[in-house]
Design a protein around this ligand. Structure first.
Ligand code: CMC
Length: 391
C-alpha cells in the first residue's frame, strides 16, 4: 500500500487486454481483428467493418445482409428527440449538442438497458450505430435552420448520412457516388484505434456499470479536444490561418511549431503511438487526391498549402528527430470540405465513425470479467494540519 507506478498520460501502462485492434507504432501497422486497415479501407465497407469489430469475424453473406438490414431499420430517432434539439441555441457547436443528445438517449431507449443481457447489449449497439448519423445530421440542420431530414431506408449508411445532411424538402437530392465512397472510407479509417483517450474514457465509464448511451457520450466529450478528435477541425482552421502557400509563409508557421515558447503546434502532426507513419494517413491522402481530382479540384489552395507544409515539416530536423508525421486528420478535413461538410462538423463525423470502436470495446469489457477502473495518485498537497481555532 502506498507505492504505485507513476505514469502520467499512461505512456507505459496497459489498462486492459483486448482482441479488437493491434497497433505496431514503430512500423506503422494497424490491424482490426487481424486485417490490415488499408485492405479493409479498399475492399470492405463501414457496416461490414462494424460487424467485424463487434463480433470478431467477417460476416457471411447472410449475416451481413441481416446486420445491414437491422441497422437500416433503426436509423430513425424518437420524434420527441427533435424537441430536445430545439432547447439548444441555434449557434451551438454541434459537438456540444452531440454530448447532450447522445447522453440523453438513455432517456428514450431504456427498454433494453440491462447490460448483463447479451440481447440488450446488442440492441443498444445497433441503436447507437444506426442513429448516430441521424443525430449528427440533425445537429447540422438545426445549426443552419433547415428542417430535420428523416433517414431513407433505400440508402446505404454513407449515402443516408449525405442525404440527411444535404437533402431538403424543396428539391430532389442526387447523391454523388464519389462523395458516398469517400464518406464511407472516412468512417472506416476512424472506426477504431485501441485504447485512445476517448475509448479509454468509454471503458472507464463502462467499468462502473453505466449504460452504453451514457458511456458513449463520455467518449464524445473526450473526443472533442483538439489533441484528439478536434484535430481535424483544427487542421482546416490552421490551413486557413496560413492562408497562402508561399515558402516563407509556411516556413514561418513551421518555425512557430518548433518554438517552445509558442503554444502553436502543427495540427494533424504527431501521434502518441505511431513513431513512423500513420497507416491511416496514407490511405486518407490517396482518397484526398482521388476525390479532388474527380471533382476537378486538384488545384485546391488548401490542398496545396497542406502538401507544401507536409514537405517542409518532413525535411525539418525538429520533426525528424521527434518522429512527427502527418496523422489521419491531416488529410481528412480537406476531403470533408470538398464534400461540402462545414468545419464544425468534422469532429462530429469522427464521433459517428468511432461509435463502433467505442461500443465494441464496451461490449468486449462487459461480456468478459472486469473491475471498476480506479487510478491511484501521488499526493502532493499539505500533510495533516490543524483547523485554526477561532477567537
Ligand atoms: N507540432 C509541434 N511539435 C510537436 C507536435 C506538433 N504537432 N506534436 C508533438 N510535438 C513535440 C512536442 O512538443 C514534444 O517536443 P519536446 O520533446 O521537445 O518537448 C515532442 O514532439 C513529443 O510530443 P508529446 O506532446 O510528448 O507527444 P504526445 O504523445 O504526448 O502527444 C499528440 C501526441 C497527438 C497529442 C501531439 O503530437 C499533438 O498535439 N499533435 C497535434 C494534434 C493532433 O494532430 N492530434 C490528432 C491525433 S491523431 C487522431 C486522434 O487519435 O484523435
Amino acid at each position: 500500500e502506498g507505492f504505485f507506478t507513476y505514469d502520467p498520460g499512461f505512456v507505459a501502462t496497459a489498462a486492459t487486454e483486448s482482441a479488437i485492434t493491434y497497433i505496431d507504432g514503430a512500423n506503422g501497422v494497424l490491424l482490426h481483428r487481424g486485417y490490415p486497415i488499408d485492405q479493409l479501407a479498399n475492399s470492405s465497407n463501414y457496416v461490414e467493418m462494424s460487424y467485424l469489430l463487434l463480433f470478431g469475424e467477417l460476416p457471411t453473406d447472410e449475416q451481413y445482409k441481416e446486420f445491414e438490414k437491422t441497422i437500416r431499420y433503426h436509423t430513425m430517432v424518437h420524434e420527441q428527440i427533435a424537441n430536445f434539439y430545439k432547447g439548444f441555441r441555434r449557434d451551438a457547436h454541434p459537438m456540444a449538442i452531440m454530448c447532450g443528445v447522445v447522453g440523453g438517449l438513455a432517456a428514450f431507449y431504456h427498454d433494453h438497458l440491462d447490460i448483463t443481457r447479451e440481447e440488450d447489449r446488442y440492441i443498444s449497439a445497433i441503436r447507437l450505430i444506426a442513429k448516430m448519423p441521424t443525430l449528427a445530421a440533425m445537429s447540422y440542420k438545426y445549426n443552419i435552420g433547415q428542417p430535420f431530414n428523416y433517414p431513407r431506408n433505400n440508402l446505404n449508411y454513407a449515402e443516408n448520412f449525405l442525404y440527411m445532411m444535404f437533402g431538403n424538402p424543396a428539391e430532389e437530392y442526387v447523391i454523388n457516388p464519389v462523395f458516398a465512397k469517400a464518406m464511407d472510407r472516412i468512417f472506416m479509417l476512424h472506426a477504431d484505434h485501441e485504447q485512445n483517450a476517448s475509448t479509454s474514457t468509454v471503458r472507464l465509464a463502462g467499468s462502473t456499470g453505466a449504460n452504453p448511451f451514457a458511456c458513449i457520450s463520455a467518449g464524445i466529450a473526450a473526443l472533442w479536444g483538439p489533441a484528439h478528435g478536434g484535430a481535424n477541425e483544427a487542421v482546416l482552421n490552421m490551413l486557413d490561418e496560413i492562408g497562402d502557400d508561399s515558402e516563407e509563409n509556411i516556413q514561418r508557421f513551421v518555425d512557430r511549431a518548433k518554438d517552445k515558447d509558442d503554444p502553436f503546434r502543427l495540427m494533424g502532426f504527431g501521434h502518441r503511438v505511431y513513431r513512423n507513419f500513420d497507416p491511416r494517413a496514407k490511405v486518407m491522402k490517396e482518397t484526398c487526391d482521388e476525390v479532388l481530382s474527380e471533382l476537378g479540384m486538384a488545384d485546391d489552395p488548401q490542398l496545396k498549402i497542406a502538401k507544401r507544409l507536409e514537405q517542409i515539416a518532413l525535411e525539418d530536423e525538429y520533426f525528424i528527430e521527434r518522429k512527427l508525421y502527418p496523422n489521419v486528420d491531416f488529410y481528412s478535413g480537406i476531403i470533408l470540405k470538398a464534400i461540402g461538410i462545414p468545419t464544425n462538423m468534422f469532429t462530429v463525423i469522427f464521433a459517428v465513425s468511432r461509435t463502433i470502436g467505442w461500443i465494441s470495446h464496451w461490449h468486449e469489457m462487459i461480456s468478459g470479467s472486469y473491475r471498476i477502473g480506479r487510478p491511484r495518485q501521488l499526493y502532493t498537497g499539505y500533510t495533516e494540519r490543524d483547523y485554526p481555532t477561532k477567537e
